[in-house]
Design a protein around this ligand. Structure first.
Ligand SMILES: Cc1cc2nc3c(=O)[nH]c(=O)nc-3n(C[C@H](O)[C@H](O)[C@H](O)COP(=O)(O)OP(=O)(O)OC[C@H]3O[C@@H](n4cnc5c(N)ncnc54)[C@H](O)[C@@H]3O)c2cc1C
Length: 327
């Protein structure tokens, strides 16, 4: 059902409403809502839990939220299972369900907030794993209301990136993942490797450890509203890598690229002392900006701009925002 002046939940706890909104179950519902949005002269936008967006108070948009949370096994073999998941299911629910079903692979991605439908948009990643490596196909409804099924290659997955970032008018209605039917843990991330040194932990143990690490380091949006990392770790040129290395900063080679730590650049620039209104860095992870109560999107953007300028002035590195700002 279409609703005017709809409250839009978000993990920054900014009071936000959309001109119109609706809860949508099927691709057909999405196509119909897009048609209605056109008639109202409003751009259509799909949102999930609002854990990777900065929302202005009044969105001049038709906001759709996918309600389909169904999980269906499409195909299976001795080693793998293809599972189709409705975009409305919470990501963490999928991680828990898959572990209890004996479908493995997602344990490093435990406790990432948000919905399954949003996960391909920035190719969620953590602790040495990325969603994209598990994706078989993504079903979308395009701007014109046509339904397509994109294979993993067509999704153009990269570091916190995908084709969906270039196509904000496409709406993801379900995602098919290929998961392992036998435990195959991923200990590429240094903290996991050293914790489980010499052992072959169960996927449940890896998920539990990742959960504990995240709970220790990151603020819980329920008590300290935030959208996770505010900037991506910058991919830097070889010249910049030499320069930062000489300054004693940590660098992370990945394939033929080198990344710097955005958190360390923010920390070393002295931004942990900054505050705009109620917005400030989370002391244990300065890459996360927290709304300590009554903060606004304008304050947050001003805060992020100050951090970005300071890092650029001090280290000549341009930080790129991770969440998008929606008005
Ligand atoms: C405490 C915390 C920790 C986090 N840790 C991580 C982390 O480790 N790794 C990581 O990658 N991210 C992390 N994030 C970011 C966030 O959890 C993910 O980006 C998540 O996938 C966002 O899901 P959402 O449902 O909240 O999306 P939203 O914030 O509602 O939307 C995000 C974007 O996706 C689009 N979108 C949403 N649903 C759909 C859909 N069905 N179809 C098309 N487009 C859609 C929106 O239009 C928007 O552009 C963290 C966030 C928080 C608050």
């Amino acid at each position: 059902m279409m609703v005017p002046d709809l409250d839009v939940p978000n993990t920054l706890n900014f009071p936000t409403s959309a001109a119109w909104g609706a809860s949508l179950e099927t691709p057909g519902d999405v196509a119909e809502a897009k048609h209605e949005a056109d008639k109202l002269g409003l751009p259509f936008l799909c949102l999930g839990s609002g854990s990777n967006v900065v929302l202005m108070p009044h969105l001049k948009r038709f906001v759709g939220r996918i309600s389909n949370r169904a999980i269906q096994v499409l195909d299976t073999d001795t080693d793998w299972v293809d599972v189709n998941v409705g975009a409305g299911l919470l990501w963490q629910d999928l991680v828990e369900i898959s572990l209890s079903e004996g479908w493995f692979g997602l344990e490093n991605l435990a406790l990432i907030p948000g919905t399954v439908g949003a996960a391909p948009v920035q190719n969620i990643g953590a602790y040495g794993a990325e969603l994209g490596t598990f994706v078989v196909a993504v079903t979308i409804v395009d701007d014109g209301g046509q339904i397509h099924r994109l294979n993993a290659e067509a999704c153009g997955f990269g570091y916190r990136d995908s084709v969906f970032k270039q196509q904000p008018n496409w709406t993801i209605t379900d995602v098919t993942l290929r998961l392992f039917r036998h435990p195959r843990v991923n200990l590429r991330y240094e903290a996991l490797r050293s914790h489980f040194s010499g052992q072959t932990p169960s996927p449940h143990a890896v998920a539990a450890f990742v959960t504990a690490l995240r709970q220790d380091k990151l603020p819980d949006p329920a008590t300290h509203p935030n959208v996770g990392s505010f900037f991506k770790n910058p991919v830097i040129s070889p010249d910049d890598a030499d320069r930062l290395r000489q300054l004693g900063l940590d660098l992370f080679p990945q394939g033929d690229q080198v990344k710097a730590s955005a958190a360390q650049l923010i920390d070393r620039s002295g931004c942990k002392q900054y505050r705009v209104g109620s917005i400030a860095c989370w002391p244990r992870q300065p890459l996360v900006f927290v709304n300590y109560g009554g903060g606004t999107a304008t304050d947050l953007i001003e805060f992020a701009d100050q951090v970005q300028r300071r890092v650029a002035d001090q280290y000549a590195i341009q930080l790129e925002r991770e969440p998008s700002v929606v008005s």
